[in-house]
Ligand binder design. Sequence first.
Ligand SMILES: Cc1cc2nc3c(=O)[nH]c(=O)nc-3n(C[C@H](O)[C@H](O)[C@H](O)COP(=O)(O)OP(=O)(O)OC[C@H]3O[C@@H](n4cnc5c(N)ncnc54)[C@H](O)[C@@H]3O)c2cc1C
Length: 419
Amino acid sequence: MTVIIAGGGIAGLSLALSLHQIGVPCRVYEQVRALKPLGVGINVQPHAVRELFELGLADEMEAVGVRTREVAYYSKRGNLIWSEPRGMFAGYSWPQYSTHRGKLQMMLFDAVLKRLGPDSIVTEAAVTGFRETPGGVEVSLANGATAQGTMLVAADGIHSAVRRQLYPNEGAPRWGGAVLWRGTTVAKPYLTGATMAMAGHEWQKFVTYPISQPDPQTGEALINWIGELKYEPGAGWNREDWNRKGDFADFLPSFEYWRFPWLDCPALMKAGGECYEYPMVDRDPLERWTFGRVTLAGDAAHPMYPIGSNGASQAIMDARFIARAILDHGLTGDALMAYEAERRPATTRIILANRGNGPDQVMQTVEERCAGAFGDISEVLSREELEQTAAGYKKIAGFDVGTLNARPPLVPAGARVAV
Ligand SMILES: Cc1cc2nc3c(=O)[nH]c(=O)nc-3n(C[C@H](O)[C@H](O)[C@H](O)COP(=O)(O)OP(=O)(O)OC[C@H]3O[C@@H](n4cnc5c(N)ncnc54)[C@H](O)[C@@H]3O)c2cc1C
């Protein structure tokens, strides 16, 4: 009756906790020998925070995250285009958190160990493929072993081995021309102290937000930052690897004059000392995720550009919808089909919206209309245009405030599957 989960990232661990909540046994097979807190900043939007809270992880989330107070968009000259409150400051019943991806993953990992026990995660166990059996699914592992289960959820990330088996001709992820240099710096928080700030436009962008509470002694916090440059298609870049070290010489000179009254961007980046380089990639939306008792989740199903801060949130939502579907349909292929029917169209819309810059499109419009120079933003963009862009993206990404606050829980407290 065990559900096999390939991958112990945000999607896989959230799914393990969700299945445990409804009384379904599962086991996670993770390729690395030991999970380490890798990555830099990431955001968890209120719809996904709600799910973590309903998993009983409110205190744990509070301990690893910063409640994002506002999001603010600036032109490349540092002029304010648009700002809006976030999370509970915007009327949601749940906060938005800015956090460190590795801390979020380790928080989920610790909760899995505590609730499901150490046998629930098998490490050094890269899934290489699967085959259907009369009673379910058998997965093969790189070490030559096999594992049997009732169903398989592939949450093995953007280079998913299971997706590759299902779509052998798909090839590498699709690069849209942008490269991100990501890092963190211990520094004094700027603006509200918990602002996610973005400056620039489609071809050159700077993003920053604090991901730790300020130190009571020094007032300094860990500040996440991203310098982003876009190249002409065909320029070519290194293959995506979350842990590839970057070179400041490749991007810092382009930001030399981005010294704003509210933040000295190049100084912040330089003070970080090291950075990671990542080409902005996604994959084309698939027409099908579920094949019998096998389905895809998280980045394995719908890798998207990191625009609009949605990758981790959507991975958590997948986990919750799978649990919901199993509650409704039992441990069956129908449950996986029901999950896909909800989630595939929803995430396809986000992949496509992110290719069109998502909510960041306001910065590109300002660049095109006035090269970022204006006195008052109303000279360049009407309030309606600004509001429509922000509200439209929230609807697409599933975190419209009214809808989210009003809907009942996806996984009702105490609901269990008879297995
Ligand atoms: C090391 C790392 C660092 C990251 N850093 C950032 C960041 O700084 N900012 C950001 O926005 N996003 C980052 N991401 C991506 C982000 O976590 C995801 O976009 C999002 O959270 C969706 O999560 P996921 O669980 O679907 O995928 P992931 O978080 O990528 O998790 C996939 C998991 O599956 C494991 N895995 C892969 N292949 C196999 C296999 N064949 N068998 C078994 N296990 C396998 C991986 O080791 C990983 O633990 C990072 C991902 C990784 C793996």
